[in-house]
Design a protein around this ligand. Structure first.
Ligand SMILES: *[C@@H]1O[C@H](CO)[C@@H](O)[C@H](O)[C@H]1NC(C)=O
Ligand SMILES: *[C@@H]1O[C@H](CO)[C@@H](O)[C@H](O)[C@H]1NC(C)=O
Ligand SMILES: *[C@@H]1O[C@H](CO)[C@@H](O)[C@H](O)[C@H]1NC(C)=O
Ligand SMILES: *[C@@H]1O[C@H](CO)[C@@H](O)[C@H](O)[C@H]1NC(C)=O
Ligand SMILES: *[C@@H]1O[C@H](CO)[C@@H](O)[C@H](O)[C@H]1NC(C)=O
Length: 458
């Protein structure tokens, strides 16, 4: 009897160890599933079948324990209580597993849209990959294909709406999920910088959000246009969070070095910005040449023809400000790198276009009269990317439109390759100069050109 009991006890110990191992395993899977309920990791860890297997295993264990309990005498109360506890835990585990199963089922039902293919897809592949990838409900709602009501075609000839996000959003899952984690109808977090980081790294377009962007604490009406263009704006019309400077005066004070290095002077409207494109600012006496063309001279190439255009530069909108005086409307593409460029341009009464280099320009083919670019592509840009950018600029320029490459700089050794990229356009050369750049021991050069897009009839 004693021997028998000892043997049973020993058996019990084995059983406990075994049970604990299984418990630990199941618990860890469950914990994992709580945190990543729809992650691919989890779905590969436990498939539908495996969920069934798991419940089966638990059922088996339950049966065994119940048998064991029946076999054990009443004098083993301590162990009995312990076993009962485990029994209880396993029971709730079983319920959890079943819960997950039904959750998964309801997910694939609510995601029945997720099975739907894009109407123009030839392969019939699921359109809603993005929806299955992200966990935050708002992203899923955003990217899900939205059929028109009553299955109607809309005036654009589509029977649904296909909101999209940049494919690099998938590589920045955590950041995007954090960005999209808000309460609908509430204030958004003060996270414009996260948004910009996502965009710059290719999560572009970003999903829209259904929360209210914060405004500055005390927004007062902007200055009238006859004053705003050449005046530093009111500081309180900008949210300064996430900037090192907290005022425009700070940005304009060159010595602080707190602004954006590529634009260390461009908030100093009175001294630095005023003369640009109205007089020569950079002059190389050794070659008796300058990369600075004057607006007046460029517009003279096409008198009265230049009316609308794009400035793709790092700056505060001064090019647009000057061209406005010549009755030319310029949109200034910018992002807020180290300073509130968008707000600055807008508060000056000019039109900022919040746009990264990743995006196809939001203009139709053959529409703009002029594209100007300075301090933007200089020297760092990949040749293939430059090609895509230039073809895109070419696309939106109208025949006879002007491309003004302004003080593009690069290493001397790269110059020929870059020039080749510009030559590829086969534009008429109105101006074309290469000027040594003095500050880098002559190892760098400036390149400026004004080029005219030829007509391309077919
Ligand atoms: C949209 O139209 C296509 C055919 O034009 C059809 O195959 C598809 O099911 C329609 N989608 C919806 C959501 O109505
Ligand atoms: C700007 O225009 C307003 C009226 O539109 C005028 O009252 C004001 O004096 C002008 N300011 C300047 C600096 O010309
Ligand atoms: C702009 O630069 C000039 C010359 O460097 C300086 O005297 C002036 O104070 C600057 N303006 C501002 C607003 O800091
Ligand atoms: C502003 O600073 C930059 C470098 O930080 C310098 O090259 C430039 O000359 C300075 N401009 C003025 C007006 O002091
Ligand atoms: C711009 O347009 C205004 C009003 O039409 C006109 O008075 C002015 O002379 C124009 N300026 C230039 C530089 O053409």
């Amino acid at each position: 009897m004693k021997l028998n009991m000892r043997f049973r006890l020993k058996k019990g110990v084995y059983a406990f160890t075994f049970l604990f191992a299984i418990l630990a395993l199941i618990l860890s899977i469950l914990t994992l599933s709580r945190f990543y309920p729809h992650s691919s990791l989890f779905t590969t860890t436990i498939s539908e079948d495996q969920t069934q297997d798991a419940t089966k295993i638990i059922d088996n264990i339950l049966d065994k324990i119940i048998t064991e309990l029946k076999n054990m005498g009443k004098d083993e109360e301590k162990h009995t209580a312990f076993l009962t506890e485990i029994l209880f835990q396993l029971g709730s585990l079983r319920i959890s597993v079943l819960n997950i199963k039904s959750q998964k089922e309801s997910l694939s039902v609510s995601g029945s849209g997720s099975r739907s293919a894009h109407p123009l897809s030839r392969s019939g592949e699921s359109y809603n990959e993005a929806m299955e990838f992200f966990l935050i409900e708002e992203i899923r709602k955003y990217v899900k294909l939205k059929p028109n009501r009553l299955g109607k075609q809309n005036f654009m000839g589509a029977n649904g709406t296909f909101t999209s996000i940049g494919h690099a959003c998938f590589s920045m899952k955590e950041e995007l999920e954090e960005y999209m984690d808000y309460d609908v109808g509430d204030f958004c977090k003060d996270d414009w910088k996260v948004a910009q980081k996502l965009m710059v790294h290719g999560c572009d377009p970003l999903p829209r959000r259904r929360c209210f962007a914060r405004s500055p604490k005390l927004y007062t009406k902007p200055s009238p246009i006859n004053e705003s263009i050449w005046k530093l704006p009111e500081d309180h019309n900008v949210r300064w969070s996430h900037y090192r400077c907290k005022s425009f005066a700070c940005l304009a004070r060159n010595a602080t070095g707190k602004g954006f290095f590529k634009c260390s002077d461009c908030f100093n409207l009175t001294h630095h910005e005023k003369p640009r494109w109205m007089q020569v600012v950079y002059f190389d006496p050794s070659t008796n040449s300058t990369p600075d063309f004057l607006i007046e001279d460029v517009l003279k190439i096409k008198p009265g023809e230049i009316r609308i255009g794009l400035d793709f530069s790092a700056g505060t909108g001064t090019f647009a400000a000057r061209l406005r005086e010549f009755n030319v409307s310029i949109v200034t593409a910018t992002i807020n790198l180290g300073a509130p460029f968008s707000e600055m341009i807008a508060l000056r009464g000019l039109l900022p276009l919040y746009l990264t280099i990743n995006q196809r320009l939001p203009f139709f083919d053959n529409t703009l009269d002029i594209i100007h670019s300075t301090r933007f592509l200089d020297g760092w840009i990949d040749f293939i990317l430059l090609d895509f950018v230039l073809y895109d600029w070419d696309r939106v320029l109208r025949p006879g439109g002007l491309l003004w490459i302004d003080s593009f700089f690069c290493a001397k050794d790269d110059l020929e390759d870059y020039l080749e990229a510009f030559r590829m356009l086969r534009y008429k050369k109105h101006k074309w100069v290469v000027v040594p750049k003095l500050d880098k021991d002559g190892s760098e050069v400036f390149f400026s050109a004004v080029l005219e897009k030829p007509p391309r009839p077919f």
